[in-house]
Structure formats: C-alpha cells, structure tokens
Design a protein around this ligand. Structure first.
Ligand code: SF4
Length: 334
C-alpha cells in the first residue's frame, strides 16, 4: 500500500454513475486518492475521463453512488454539508465569463462570500477587497469594474480572489487556464503558485493538458474512462511513465528542448478512439487501444499495484513483472 502523508482530503473507492436513456454511465468508478495540505494534485484526462465528475462529487455538487470522501479526517460524503465545510472547499471554474455575474461589480462579487462566511466585520469589507485585488495582482480601481469590462485573465483573477477570500484549505481548479492565451496562462499559473506558498492552500488541478502539469503539480493522477490508471510524483511521472496510456499521453506532449526530448518515452501510438462510456469495454478500459494488451486484459480489471511508496499503477503488465520478480527471488532462495 502506498504510504500517505497526513491527508487533507481522502477519496476512497468513489463511484458516480448516471442513468441515461442509453444506459448507465459509470462516470467515476472505484477512484481513490489523497491530497495533502498545501500540495497540488493534478487530475489529468481526456474529455469523458471522469475527472470533472470526480471533482464535482468532491465539492458536493453530486452525491456519490458509492465510496467515501473524508476531509480533515471527517467523512463528508452522503451528509449535508455545513457552511464551514463549504467555506473550506472552494472551486474555480474553467470559464470565468459564466462563473461571474455580469450584472455585479467586482466589489459585489467579492462582498458576497466575505459576508456569507463572516470573514471580516462589515466595516472592513472594503479594505479586505483591496487586499484581495492586490493578492491577485489586479489594480485597486478594479473594485468598480464589471466582468464585461475585464479581459479573460483578469476575470479569472477575480474568480481566484473570490475563492481565496474565505481562506479555504482546498481549491478545486477546473481547467482554470484553458480559456486563456499562453501568456495569460503563465501569469495565472505563477499567481496560483505564489498564493499556494503564502496560504498553504491545496489544489486539485483538473486539466486535459498534461504539459501544464510539469510545472504545476507535485503529484499527478491520470484518469481514463472513469478510472485511475496511474498516480505518481510529477517528476517520476514525466521521467518514467509506466501505464501504456500515460506513456501514450506523454509521448505526444510537445517539448521545447533537446534535454526534454531525450527524456520522453519513444513515440507510442494507441489504436482507435475512446470507447463510448455507455458501452464500456470489459476488463481494462484501455484494452481496445492498448499496444501491449495481454490475454487477461479484456477479462479482468487491473487492481492497484504500489510500485513504491509514492506510486501506484493499474495495469496487468506490472503485476506480471511483480509475479516474475517474486518467482525469481523464490528460485534464488531454493
Ligand atoms: Fe494495456 Fe492490459 Fe495494461 Fe490495460 S492492463 S493498459 S490493456 S497492458
């Protein structure tokens, strides 16, 4: 079993299924991970991988079908969320344009959570808003502006200020930079890093863009068709991806230097497209596309295998390796 640092959030065997006219969609299936205080866990996957559904279940927008969620050692799944818990877990959405009310000024947008959660006395709200604008590197006079007068990056900075205003321990960042141009993306990533250092807030950073994770996440969890394929420290993950699906993703990440190119796994192509979530493959969900498929792969779902204290992979290839190692060491002892 992978050793875990003291966890802020623990997700155990989480399932979230949806019933649709076409059948049951297993959007999240048997997903487990933990997030430590002040760390960034990157939750990466293509569209339909279940990463956003997992995050929305964590923030309480969906009730889990099964499994449990613990926050600060208390079970929070299947229970009505207290105001304190809602304060402590915040979310920043992908599109700041639709998450900010266009009719409200920045002052009104930031006043609401400060009042709702009694963060400061009413007389100090104006000063607190100025402080928040400074923290997210926006000019003080933006307090009077409305979202329509702001650029995309500025809107996202206001959304980050709103999340941060109530001193949360965890912020779920749902593709927070995907609507931004490259220079604004870099600015927001740097800002998030600075804020994390200052406030020790943990992030779950959801993205389909693996290249972003290199500079953002301390650990990365890769999802495919509702399940986790691999969890590893970001450095290990980029140096030596283990799961065939993660190798495929990493081999297609663009790099900017020869050193990075040398570290990439050899070009790795998979076959076919992602299967429909209402018609899931049997066994390992990746088997119809996997170039290393074994006989067992379409019959049995691979279980978690701890490669070391910080790494888990869900793939029969490694179980086979592990069994071989055990068999070899037994032979040596005989
Ligand atoms: Fe490929 Fe089998 Fe591993 Fe799935 S379990 S990724 S099909 S080798």
């Amino acid at each position: 079993m992978v050793q875990e640092k003291k966890s802020l959030l623990k997700v155990n065997n989480l399932q979230k299924y949806f019933t649709t006219p076409q059948g049951i969609v297993k959007a999240v299936d048997d997903v487990s991970f933990a997030v430590a205080p002040g760390e960034t866990l990157g939750l990466v996957g293509e569209s339909g991988s279940g990463k956003t559904t997992a995050a929305f279940t964590i923030i309480g927008a969906y009730q889990p079908t099964d499994g449990s969620i613990y926050f600060q050692n208390k079970q929070i799944s299947g229970k009505k969320r207290s105001r304190e818990l809602k304060r402590n877990i915040q979310i920043v959405f992908q599109d700041p344009g639709s998450s900010l009310n266009p009719r409200q000024s920045v002052r009104q947008i930031l006043t609401m959570p400060l009042k709702l959660h009694n963060v400061v006395p009413a007389a100090e709200i104006g000063n607190k808003i100025q402080e928040l604008l400074e923290l997210v590197e926006l000019p003080r006079d933006f307090i009077h502006k409305h979202p329509l007068e702001l650029g995309e990056g500025e809107k996202q900075s206001v959304a980050i200020a709103r999340a941060l205003s109530v001193n949360p321990s965890l912020i779920v960042l749902d593709e927070p930079t995907s609507a931004l141009d490259v220079s604004m993306q870099a600015k927001i990533i740097k800002l998030l890093g600075n804020l994390q250092q200052e406030f020790n807030v943990a992030y779950i950073f959801i993205t389909h863009d693996l290249s972003l994770m290199r500079n953002v996440a301390s650990r990365v969890a890769i999802m495919y068709l509702g399940r986790i394929c691999e969890i590893a420290r970001a450095a290990d993950f980029f140096q030596q991806p283990l799961h065939p699906y993660t190798r495929m993703l990493i081999s297609s990440v663009p790099v900017v230097s020869e050193e990075e190119e040398a570290l990439k796994p050899p070009h790795y192509t998979s076959q076919g497209e992602i299967p429909s979530p209402v018609n899931m493959p049997t066994g390992c969900g990746f088997h119809p596309r996997c170039p290393e498929k074994l006989d067992i792969c379409d019959r049995q779902i691979p279980e978690s295998l701890a490669i070391d204290n910080n790494r888990q992979v869900f793939c029969h290839l490694y179980r086979k390796d592990q069994e071989q190692k055990i068999a070899d060491s037994t032979l040596r002892q005989e």
